[in-house]
Design a binder for this molecule. Sequence first.
Ligand code: RB5
Length: 145
Amino acid sequence: MKIAIGNDHAAVELKFIIKEHLEAKGHEVLNVGANTTESVDYPAIGENVGRMVASGEAEIGVLICGTGVGISIAANKVKGVRACVCSEPYTAKLSKMHNNSNIIAFGARVVGSEMAKMIVDTWMETEYEGGRHQRRVDLLDAIEG
Ligand code: RB5
């Protein structure tokens, strides 16, 4: 899979851990995040990954900042993006099954690296259920206009 990954200065180390984890599984990872701990603004990075996923340049996205909140808010401003902040695998799984999330976000100051790997793996292994959930996802899309 082609996966866009973005992060700010709070999540450089975790970004590289997740990037290597995904590459070891054979995925292509497009790194558009910060690569040093020099302070950067997360909105542009979240927007970038959001646009890559919305345009199809990447199939899915992973976003990491201190909490996962700011960077996911930015991504969710892009039409077609459903970015979900998940601090454990259950929410990650349901965000795919019910909400058809196309970007997963988490906080480097919230979850450890093993939990982050489990969140990403669970999310990627889970299929969107469609069915009754599609109407609700369509209603989400309708809010975007
Ligand atoms: C940066 O200090 C921090 O605000 C950012 O990484 C993120 O947590 C924002 O939501």
